[in-house]
Design a protein. Structure first.
Length: 412
């Protein structure tokens, strides 16, 4: 009986504790939040495309307004060849297209290359099935021979966002100079050098009034007019002789000439280039400084020798930099191993710690008449070497990141 009574007490206690535990659990459980209504964003308004609703606009960049990409730009042709044209006739081309897509076609940009101008666009947006055109103007002024210009049309056509329109022609100038650069090559000091160019006119009554060089030591002489046939066309031609005077200074020759004609709109230019070489020969004529580093020693040298076999003397050598001075010392010495003796010029110094351009001239004074100062250019660039990226750090172990705070006390 006592054992049964004890068992009943235990059962009663478990039952009571179970109810109590359940009650505690119910009290501790957090309440679930009430569901919130889902708010969907309002759809963005779609543009309504109507035929003829776009204003007349200029070609060029433009802010797109159509978000769909279902328009299709189908051009009838993407190339126009004008053939042979004169340089005084402005030509126009029209490129027709149709929107063969299922959505609106929008022209977002038109960009012409040199000599091409895109005319006013009637509109930007074209409905499905609607046709349009892009008018292009080509100005051949100051051009000659084969020409190829382009217009790039950008649209919202997803299959071909850009279409390149090609304009080709062969421009025949009414008045031209051939060649446009007259080469004089090397001319000995005290001598004259010459070169010839031909002036051609397709204007029957054109006259050459004057030819004016822009330097005093260059002359230009126009010959008699001749009537010749070029490619089946009768034209007038003059031979223009360009020459240097005996007093031309030693060094490069760069001159330009302005040719005035009876047509005030037809002013031609021709350039000539060459070199007057003196009795002193420089080897190399220009000093190229290679493999330079910032803050590093630098050295170079060149040689002066007699071109005419006559002895001369170097009196002085100085540096004339156009950037930060790199050469702290410029020295010269006579080289008696050659006949007559030559001179070796040596430059030494150091590049800037920041690097950059190293350029200038070495001015060498001599006793040669007309070549009292010989200029020798030099050029180089000290490029900084990019710093190597630091090596990645080895990640710390969990024990290194969280060291133990226990202090060993030794054996007991």
């Amino acid at each position: 009986m006592k054992m049964r009574a004890s068992m009943m007490s235990i059962v009663s206690l478990v039952t009571v504790c179970g109810v109590a535990a359940s009650a505690v659990a119910q009290v501790a459980a957090p309440a679930k939040p009430a569901p919130q209504p889902v708010v969907k964003p309002a759809p963005a308004p779609q543009p309504v495309v109507k035929e003829g609703d776009a204003p007349v606009v200029k070609g060029g960049p433009y802010t797109p307004t159509i978000t769909t990409q279902d328009g299709r730009a189908n051009f009838e042709t993407t190339e126009v060849d004008f053939g042979n044209i004169s340089d005084d006739v402005v030509k126009e081309a029209e490129f027709k297209f149709t929107n063969t897509g299922t959505g609106p076609l929008e022209i977002t940009n038109t960009q012409g290359s040199c000599g091409c101008t895109v005319g006013t666009l009637e509109k930007r947006v074209y409905a499905p099935g609607e046709a349009g055109s892009i008018k292009v103007t080509f100005n051949p002024a100051h051009k000659r021979d084969q020409q190829h210009t382009t217009v790039t049309v950008t649209t919202n056509d997803a299959t071909r966002p850009q279409t390149v329109l090609n304009i080709k022609s062969f421009v025949k100038p009414l008045v031209s100079v051939e060649p446009q650069f007259a080469l004089l090559n090397q001319i000995a000091k005290g001598q004259s050098g010459s070169s010839k160019v031909t002036i051609t006119s397709r204007i029957p009554d054109l006259k050459i009034l004057s030819v004016t060089p822009n330097v005093a030591y260059v002359d230009a002489t126009v010959g008699e007019m001749k009537e010749v046939e070029v490619n089946g066309e009768k034209v007038h031609q003059w031979e223009l002789t360009i020459s240097t005077k005996p007093n031309a200074p030693v060094g490069p020759v760069n001159a330009g000439m302005s040719i005035r004609t009876s047509d005030e709109k037809r002013v031609l230019t021709v350039n000539t280039t060459g070199e007057v070489v003196g009795d002193v020969m420089v080897t190399p004529a220009r000093v190229q400084l290679a493999n330079l580093s910032p803050g590093a020693p630098i050295s170079a040298q060149f040689t002066l020798s007699a071109r005419n076999g006559k002895a001369f003397k170097v009196l002085k050598a100085d540096d004339a930099p156009v950037s930060a001075r790199a050469f702290s010392k410029v020295e010269f010495r006579e080289d008696t191993s050659t006949t007559p003796p030559s001179y070796i010029i040596t430059m030494t110094g150091q590049t800037s710690d920041q690097g950059g351009q190293v350029a200038g001239q070495i001015l060498v004074a001599t006793d040669v008449p007309g070549e009292e100062q010989v200029k020798v250019p030099y050029f180089g660039f000290a490029r900084a070497v990019p710093k190597a990226a630091p090596a990645p750090q080895k990640p710390n172990s969990v024990w290194e990141e969280n060291p133990s705070t226990l202090v060993p006390t030794g054996p007991r």
